[in-house]
Design a protein around this ligand. Structure first.
Ligand code: CU
Length: 120
């Protein structure tokens, strides 16, 4: 009886730990600090993998700016000396434009970058 159960237990444990590893790999946390100044984002390109939890800290240096991605329904505004940190799950693969949706200054319309979510 013990002979039969042990291999099964070993298999269950192996599968269990593999599943845990796979889950960890799927939900990698990626942290980015995005500076916003002189009507530009830096970095202007953010690359992650599908399933990543992405944390962004938006740091405006001159005037208030926002980090907006329509497809992910994100619009976060921050002011100089008051950075804002937020997270979202990148569950949609593709290339998405991020931009500043504030209208304080016309220059904000030129502010744009790219979020690339690679398909797993
Ligand atoms: Cu702006």
């Amino acid at each position: 009886m013990t002979r039969r159960i042990l291999p099964v237990l070993a298999l269950v444990c192996a599968v269990g730990s593999l599943t845990a590893v796979a889950a960890l790999a799927q939900s990698a946390k990626r942290e980015f600090t995005v500076d916003a100044k002189k009507f530009a984002f830096s970095p202007a390109k953010i690359e992650v993998s599908e399933g990543d939890m992405v944390q962004i800290t938006l740091v405006p240096a001159d005037i208030p700016h926002s980090f907006t991605i329509d497809a992910y329904k994100i619009a976060k505004r921050a002011e100089p000396n008051k950075p804002v940190t937020f997270e979202f799950l990148c569950d949609k693969p593709g290339t998405f434009r991020f931009y500043c949706n504030l209208t304080i200054d016309d220059g904000c319309r030129r502010m744009a970058g790219e979020l690339v979510v690679r398909r797993k």
